[in-house]
Ligand binder design. Structure first.
Ligand SMILES: Cc1cc2nc3c(=O)[nH]c(=O)nc-3n(C[C@H](O)[C@H](O)[C@H](O)COP(=O)(O)OP(=O)(O)OC[C@H]3O[C@@H](n4cnc5c(N)ncnc54)[C@H](O)[C@@H]3O)c2cc1C
Ligand SMILES: Cc1cc2nc3c(=O)[nH]c(=O)nc-3n(C[C@H](O)[C@H](O)[C@H](O)COP(=O)(O)O)c2cc1C
Length: 576
């Protein structure tokens, strides 16, 4: 018998991968000495179900399936809207990847599964093996809440957790392969030699979030007219020569820079020399000024930063403030790091100490407001400039003001965030209803440009709203022209502050109940974009009301009707 080769220690594999590979080779070289790579056992079935709002969990599920598929698993990816707890009895091995949205809520496509799983009558899940990967963002109070709840509930229903839940804060990075490896090890067939995951296939090429494209800014203009309290910028960015392409419904990730005035104010107050070295995320060293401009978030005031200030200060007032979590929370609300620095005269011993107390500056997503067919080589955004005043200071949203005030000559670092969960219907003849007040109009300008370029015959209905018709009617000329050409079959606007009583898009939906229901019966898809905190909820209630009023349905029947729309991907939201 030929003795099996061993993977050397120096080979570029983790120890787990090396031991699987050694096992695999041992399996191949055992018995008759044949080196056939035929698996010794049947493929292990695994269902990978995703709950995803903006596509991250969905694309990770596909990656997991690809990885496991190459390692003797029969992997099936399932949208969670197609899964019910009753199906779990038929599934042997279940991997769940889900994000969390709203205030600790499940993403739309997971809402029904989540609710049914939490219900008292959820079925017993004994015999089911599972593992959960949670996607979230720890700056939200209910970090990874949806995945936590699903993980705990499956266990309570008798299912076996085969590997621990992994919670991802921001970028999945190494946590994703670690989780897949652990699941593979736990679920792999005892009869088959383990097969190392080919993690190499997952390397993305071209410009990505890790390697953003320094794009040229072509234009940034305020769409609001005189008299408006808002500044909504139409931003045009060149992707020419980048090799980046996109579909309508996608979002663009933008890496912002902090305002130089704010950074200089911080350096002056903390008595740190601008050219002192500071370490950034990838371990490289830059000047502290560059670190604060491009790498660290100086706007969110984290409780940890205030505690660090406490260690550097003799202020009795600060000590008092730090004595209770309530007063800490209260102070942090609406303030940025510059506030405690100025309020308590905090100086830092070194630049390294200062940056060690800060979180990395994260990119922001913007729904794309152009169709690549109408503007080849370009991507357009519709950016609401965030500005407010608190504790006697004017505050600016980092990325929205960066885009609104950016000099055209300087590149903007961008990457494409594909969102396959927010696509136009494939059937060009299908009607679409778009509800997008404020910056929520962004993807619908893109949809309309796309439908025009495709010559799509389907009817288009847009609900738009803002404060005043005279100064806040975004893209009015283009919308008027589309109404005239017939592309925009119906346009309903709601300008909330042009009359005594407030009127919003949800009121217009109810006023148009009969037509709205008729369009749904004709197969229309509903798309909602914009404010998640109030608008999306109010619009959802209005749609239920329309189905009750115009469709003659009971409350429960309306809920079931909407649920069917969601399952058919005819009720889609891009809300933030
Ligand atoms: C999928 C997706 C698509 C998006 N599409 C768009 C789009 O098309 N257009 C668009 O404009 N935005 C869009 N956004 C939002 C965008 O990503 C940013 O969140 C937004 O521009 C604010 O970022 P900023 O850096 O300017 O503000 P930040 O510096 O992040 O500041 C925002 C924070 O400031 C605080 N804040 C804001 N106002 C106040 C106030 N009045 N009082 C007290 N605190 C306040 C809040 O804590 C808020 O979270 C989208 C988001 C997602 C996730
Ligand atoms: C409007 C909004 C609300 C969010 N709420 C939460 C939350 O409550 N808790 C959390 O952990 N993450 C929250 N997140 C972060 C997302 O879960 C995270 O970005 C995730 O990677 C998105 O994955 P998806 O693209 O598959 O939906 C929120 C993100 C957005 C845009």
């Amino acid at each position: 018998m030929i003795s099996s080769p061993q993977i050397p220690e120096s080979a570029p594999f983790s120890s787990a991968q090396r031991s699987w590979l050694n096992g695999f080779l041992a399996g191949m070289y055992s018995g008759d000495g044949s080196t056939s790579s035929e698996p010794a056992a049947p493929a292990v079935p695994v269902t990978i179900a995703f709950g995803s709002q903006t596509g991250t969990a969905e694309s990770l599920s596909k990656k997991a399936a690809k990885l496991l598929g190459g390692a003797n698993f029969d992997a099936k990816v399932l949208d969670m809207s197609e899964l019910s707890p009753a199906d779990l009895g038929e599934i042997e091995n279940l991997l769940i990847i889900t994000s969390t949205y709203g205030e600790g809520e499940p993403p739309d496509n997971a809402a029904e599964f989540h609710a049914a799983l939490m219900a008292e009558d959820a079925p017993n899940c004994e015999g089911l093996n599972f593992s959960v990967l949670g996607l979230g963002d720890s700056s939200y109070p209910d970090f990874c809440q949806c995945s936590k709840e699903i993980d705990a509930r499956l266990e309570a229903l008798g299912a076996s957790r085969v590997s621990d839940m992994v919670e991802v804060d921001g970028d999945p990075d190494d946590l994703f392969p670690t989780w897949v490896e652990a699941a593979q090890a736990a679920l792999g067939s005892a009869d088959a030699a383990p097969v190392a995951l080919d993690l190499e296939v997952e390397e993305e090429s071209g410009f990505t979030k890790k390697n953003p494209y320094p794009a040229g800014l072509l234009k940034t203009v305020n769409l609001n007219g005189a008299g408006s309290v808002k500044a909504t910028h139409h931003v045009e960015i060149s992707l020419d020569g980048s090799g980046i392409d996109y579909e309508v419904g996608d979002a663009l990730g933008v890496f912002p820079e902090n305002p130089a005035v704010l950074v200089d104010e911080i350096l002056e107050a903390t008595l740190i020399a601008a050219d002192e070295p500071a370490t950034v995320e990838d371990g490289s060293t830059v000047t502290v000024r560059e670190a604060l401009l491009y790498h660290y978030d100086v706007s969110i005031l984290q409780e940890a930063f205030l505690v660090a200030c406490g260690r550097l200060s003799k202020s009795e007032e600060l000590k008092e403030l730090l004595s209770s979590s309530e007063t800490i929370k209260e102070y942090c609300s609406g303030r940025t790091i510059v506030d405690p620095i100025l309020d308590f005269g905090i100086t830092f011993p070194t630049a390294e100490f200062l940056v060690s107390t800060l979180k990395p500056l994260k990119p922001r997503l913007y729904s794309i407001s152009s169709s690549p067919k109408a503007h080849p080589g370009e991507v357009h955004l519709t950016v609401g400039k965030v500005e407010w005043e608190s504790h006697g200071r004017k505050r600016l949203g980092v990325c929205s003001s960066y885009l609104a005030e950016h000099e055209l000559e300087r590149p903007v670092k961008v990457y494409m965030h594909s969102n396959s969960a927010f696509r136009l219907p494939e059937n060009d003849a299908a009607p679409v209803i778009m509800i997008g007040p404020g910056t929520g109009i962004a993807p619908f300008r893109a949809y309309l440009e796309e439908r025009e370029a495709r010559g799509a015959s389907g009817k288009n209905w847009l609900f738009f709203g803002d404060q005043h018709e005279a100064c806040d009617f975004l893209y009015r000329e283009q919308l008027d022209a589309w109404q005239e050409s017939g592309l925009l079959t119906k346009l309903d606007t709601a300008f909330s502050r042009d009359q005594e009583e407030k009127i919003y898009v949800q009121n217009r939906i109810i006023q148009n109940a009969a037509d709205f229901f008729q369009w749904l019966e004709e197969g229309a898809s509903i798309y909602i974009c914009g404010d998640a905190s109030r608008m999306a909820k109010d619009v959802d209630s209005a749609i239920h009301k329309v189905i009750e009023l115009a469709g003659g349905k009971s409350e429960d029947e309306a809920i079931a009707y909407v649920s069917e729309l969601k399952k058919a991907k005819r009720y889609l939201r891009d809300v933030y």
